[in-house]
Write a protein that binds this ligand. Structure first.
Ligand SMILES: NC(=O)c1ccc[n+]([C@@H]2O[C@H](COP(=O)([O-])OP(=O)(O)OC[C@H]3O[C@@H](n4cnc5c(N)ncnc54)[C@H](OP(=O)(O)O)[C@@H]3O)[C@@H](O)[C@H]2O)c1
Length: 342
């Protein structure tokens, strides 16, 4: 899948899957929906501009992120860009219904926005079609490239998403309305099940294929590779724990305060990174991309500085000896990353 090699000044490499060409890095726009803290319109715009200047051409959002704010900001930031030059993904499964009576409250799902809409979970055919229409309006575009079923975690949701929901998306793909379909989830096993059940193009695996979490290694990654389904690795910093050279004591893992055991393991990985002359985030940024099933790593950055450091992390050469030392210490699976795969 790889088309170009990395290097300190090299452009972002591109990987191809199912007719799409994705830059190895993508911008995750949950942060532009004010995840955890407020981000100004100006900072959101500057983040998108910096990502574009850096060569990033994959942009991921969802109605869930800031109750539509992320889609509106991303749409505005991309509006003047040539539409064929980037890949835009959003998600379905949460319809946004106006709730003006709650507008004086703050959203209670992690975003610093007024609770002026409520999320209604819906993976039905009608729900999928309506959600896409709403997203197109918020994004201010006439085309979305990839649509993911978003977080169908509960068994009933998964049953509907993996039959009616994915059926509706495949229909849209056949009509040429969208280019690729799949699902984005924080769990590896249901993504593997979806690949077994339906003709999906990509799945966004959030947090389960990272330097710290290898839940996708044994089943999802080889299955996707065998079937030619692209893995988009998201949450590669496990929502913050791997984002700094040393984890903060209050760092989050999977959106919650990280348990002590994970903090200790993260510090052991950071020790080995430093012994080999690189940082924890350097290794965390590159680890997912070393697996041949992975077509893109979508990272949640906000602000020009985080975009710049993301590119440095992506380009810093990582000695093979580090991967070997991590594997010897039992901190990453023995076979990963495949030597020379990046
Ligand atoms: N179910 C799904 O489909 C799903 C689930 C999760 C994520 N995603 C996608 O993946 C994207 C990223 O996932 P994520 O939000 O879980 O996060 P992540 O990429 O694992 O971590 C993002 C956090 O890392 C910190 N960070 C990033 N770059 C940094 C830098 N250069 N220096 C210091 N800190 C840095 C930021 O913290 P601060 O904000 O504190 O600065 C940011 O909030 C989302 O935006 C979304 O597009 C999809």
């Amino acid at each position: 899948m790889r088309e170009a090699g990395p290097g300190r000044d090299a452009p972002l490499a591109v990987r191809a899957v199912r007719g799409l060409r994705l830059t190895e890095l993508g911008l995750g726009a949950a942060q532009l929906g004010n995840l955890y803290r407020n981000t100004s319109d100006a900072e959101a715009e500057a983040t998108i501009d910096a990502a574009w200047e850096a060569g990033i051409r994959v942009f991921d959002t969802a109605p869930h992120y800031g109750l539509g704010l992320s889609e509106r900001r991303l749409g505005a930031g991309l509006r003047e860009r040539p539409r064929d030059h980037y890949v835009l993904s959003t998600k379905v499964g949460r319809l946004l219904e106006p709730s003006p009576e709650r507008a004086h409250l703050q959203d209670d799902e992690g975003f610093v926005v007024p609770a002026a809409a409520r999320r209604v979970r819906d993976y039905s055919r009608d729900g999928v079609l309506r959600s896409i229409e709403d997203s197109l309006a918020r994004l201010g575009t006439d085309r979305i490239d990839i649509v993911y079923l978003h977080d169908p975690d509960e068994p009933e949701m998964f049953a509907q998403a993996s039959s009616e929901g994915i059926g509706a998306l495949i229909e849209l793909r056949e009509q040429g309305v969208v280019r690729a379909v799949g699902a984005g989830m924080n769990a590896a096993e249901p993504l593997a099940e979806l690949i077994r059940r339906a003709d999906v193009d990509l799945v966004m695996c959030a947090g389960r294929h990272s330097l710290l979490d290898h839940a996708a290694t044994d089943e999802l990654l080889p299955l996707a590779h065998d079937r030619g389904v692209g893995i988009v690795a998201a949450g590669v910093y496990n929502s913050g724990l791997l984002s700094r050279p040393r984890p903060d004591a209050d760092a989050r893992y999977d959106y919650l305060p990280a348990p002590q055991e994970l903090l200790a393991r993260t510090n052991r990985i950071a020790d080995l990174c430093e012994e080999h002359g690189v940082t924890l985030p350097d290794a965390a940024t590159q680890f997912p991309l070393a697996n041949p099933a992975v077509v893109c790593a979508v990272v949640g950055v906000r602000g020009v500085d985080q975009v710049a450091s993301l590119l440095t992390r992506y380009r810093t050469p990582i000695p093979d000896a580090l991967w070997a030392a991590l594997a010897d210490a039992g901190l990453i699976p023995p076979s990963s990353p495949a030597k020379g795969s990046r």
